[in-house]
Design a protein around this ligand. Structure first.
Ligand code: DAT
Length: 158
């Protein structure tokens, strides 16, 4: 069985503001493990893969422009032996999309601490198991998810 992993993307606003290491330390302090990481500027294709569901929104062109405006840090993260519901845990840790709402309702969340506004909200986290699989395959096509059991047990033959 595969361990649950998710994609955490530190957006260009936070990288530009020099907050990437602080954010990674916040993850480590909570026992979250960073399995892979890469710093690079997203292409338009990658940004539209992430946000294709929002393409009818008025802010979409600005969102793509922002996401491709400078380097991001793309991380594969997990927790413990099984992944421990990391997709939801990380979404909760990020907090609400709107930074003002995050400050009000989830002051300890990472968006409350490191985000600027609704668009420049410092982090992206995969929204579901399907999206985590898709984003993982897209950003890290050679990534082999670790298994929960570790090494396969020897089969006993009668
Ligand atoms: P989340 O990133 O919390 O999963 P989402 O999927 O609704 O939220 O939106 C994706 C990103 O699009 C979000 O992180 C920032 C941008 N965005 C969403 N709503 C916006 C708005 N009203 N104005 C500007 N940008 C927005």
């Amino acid at each position: 069985m595969k361990k649950e992993v998710t994609i955490c993307l530190i957006k260009p606003d936070a990288v530009q503001a020099g907050k990437a290491e602080d954010i990674k330390n916040e993850l480590r302090q909570r026992g979250i493990e960073i399995l892979r990481e890469e710093e690079r500027q997203l292409t338009e294709e990658e940004a539209s893969m992430m946000y294709g569901n929002l393409k009818d929104q008025t802010f979409y062109p600005d969102l793509i422009k922002f996401m491709t405006s400078g380097p991001s840090h793309i991380l594969v993260i997990t927790k413990g032996k099984t992944g421990q519901n990391i997709i939801k845990e990380f979404r909760d840790l990020m907090g609400p999309t709107d930074v003002e709402e995050a400050k009000e309702k989830a002051p300890d969340s990472l968006r409350a601490k490191y985000g600027k506004d609704t668009m420049m909200n410092c982090l992206h986290g995969s929204s579901s198991e399907d999206m985590a699989e898709r984003e993982l395959a897209f950003f890290f096509p050679d990534f082999a998810a670790p298994s929960i059991e570790g090494k396969p047990k020897l089969q006993r033959t009668l």
